[in-house]
Design a protein around this ligand. Structure first.
Ligand SMILES: Nc1nc2ccc(CNc3ccc(C(=O)NCCCC(=O)O)cc3)cc2c(=O)[nH]1
Ligand SMILES: N[C@@H]1O[C@H](COP(=O)(O)O)[C@@H](O)[C@H]1O
Length: 205
């Protein structure tokens, strides 16, 4: 399955997906064929270039309408023959039109155990809530933000004295294991969503 990865920053999740897909022992069904960033010069672009993966920068600033930006991104993905998309630190909300084109083949990783702590500052919300366990969630992307069917989660202990940075670091370690596994399940079409958006599994578990 040809995979497109959308990023906006450092790309440590992108790196984990790249490492997983190129490691022969994984016999991965996923081939990352394009990395798109909406922000130029981010570290994630270097990671893709080092791995010999084509990159594109499509700045959202160039478009006055959200749908126009999304259509440009969609065209780039189609040109590269992309069959499924992984959002990895991509910080733009995608329009209903875009999400509709990719339903069932569009994944995102969120740094909390959804449905808790949706949105941009999950770690801050988790620390303020005083939870003792946090973690990460890979979910199918639907129009409503951070609300799609959950594919995989990994729990992480919250430690006394944790800051957003220390919790984020611990959660990212879990993300880097969780996301490749989830990508593989979807790339092998062992997991999908039905017309109601509910998860459908064809693997055992
Ligand atoms: N429709 C849809 N699209 C998404 C795009 C990105 C992410 C990643 N997680 C994100 C969750 C929240 C945001 C957010 O609120 N950003 C500030 C507004 C930026 C903007 O104006 O665009 C961004 C990414 C998830 C989703 C999703 O669940 N559904
Ligand atoms: N989507 C969230 O944004 C962050 C991206 O980090 P990176 O993959 O760019 O290092 C990760 O914490 C992920 O959960």
């Amino acid at each position: 399955t040809k995979v497109g990865v959308l990023i906006s920053g450092t790309g440590t999740n992108l790196q984990a997906l790249i490492d997983h897909s190129i490691d022969p022992k994984n016999n991965s069904a996923a081939e990352i064929v394009l990395v798109v960033s909406n922000i130029p010069g981010v570290k994630g672009l270097e990671r893709a270039e080092k791995a010999g993966i084509p990159t594109k920068v499509i700045s959202h600033k160039g478009y006055k309408k959200r749908e126009e930006f999304d259509r440009k991104v969609h065209e780039a993905l189609m040109e590269a023959g992309v069959e499924m998309i992984c959002l990895a630190g991509f910080m733009r909300i995608l329009s209903g039109w875009f999400v509709q084109q990719w339903t069932g083949s569009l994944l995102n990783i969120h740094p909390s155990l959804l449905p808790s702590f949706k949105g941009m500052n999950a770690h801050k919300l988790a620390l303020e809530a005083g939870v003792r366990v946090s973690g990460c969630t890979v979910h199918f992307v639907v129009e409503e933000v951070d609300a799609g069917a959950i594919v995989a989660q990994e729990a992480v202990p919250v430690k006394t004295g944790d800051t957003v940075e220390s919790l984020q670091e611990r959660v990212k370690t879990a993300e880097h294991k969780c996301y490749p596994r989830a990508m593989e399940l979807v790339a092998r079409r062992l997991v999908g969503i039905d017309s109601q958006g509910k998860l459908v599994r064809s693997d055992t578990e």
